[in-house]
Design a protein. Structure first.
Length: 180
């Protein structure tokens, strides 16, 4: 659980840095080392969580989580199977993001393509929250842990909405200034 919560905090923090810069009226470069470093740590912790998590319920037989014939709870319409499938997709997205989280990938892909790929971080975060929410139910987490999880989700969502609002507001102000 520790790797899951810390990875989620770091992932939310990574995505909060851009909106935070906008709200403080600071420069918001497409990529900067601190945001990338926090994102890399988030991805590494998420992959560690995936590796450890896949050894918990089925005693290290990881393939059984995803092959229905080997385990009756996988790939079915139940919270356990769905949570595992969603978590796997999120982990694969984060792995891909780790591969392009470097200056060389930025130069090779070009700014526009690199940024397009980096935006998959939002999907990874949404899937991670869905995975976490399902496991809150599967594991019958104590209310305190559920509250921590929901607080992280709400705070991440609010900072994203505030950044989006600020971005759109500044775009409208630029447009009005250009017309004048």
């Amino acid at each position: 659980m520790a790797t899951a919560y810390v990875a989620l905090i770091f992932l939310g923090w990574t995505l909060a840095l851009g909106p935070w810069n906008l709200l403080r009226r600071h420069a918001n470069p497409v990529s900067f080392d601190f945001r990338r470093d926090v994102g890399i740590w988030s991805g590494l912790l998420a992959l560690l969580h995936t590796g450890v998590g896949l050894t918990v319920h089925l005693r290290g037989r990881m393939w059984m989580y995803f092959i229905k014939k080997l385990h009756p709870l996988t790939l079915q319409n139940n919270p356990f199977g769905l949570a595992n499938d969603i978590g796997l997709v999120a982990a694969l997205l984060l792995l891909g993001l780790l591969f392009i989280s470097n200056d060389r990938s930025l130069r090779t892909l070009g700014l526009r393509r690199w940024k397009t790929l980096q935006r998959f971080t939002y999907l990874a975060l949404a899937l991670t929250f869905a995975h976490g929410w399902l496991f809150q139910a599967v594991e019958k987490r104590k209310p305190g842990w559920v509250a921590v999880f929901l607080t992280m989700a709400v705070l991440t969502g609010l900072i994203q909405l505030a950044g989006l609002w600020k971005h759109r507001l500044s775009g409208r102000q630029r447009s009005l200034a250009e017309r004048s």
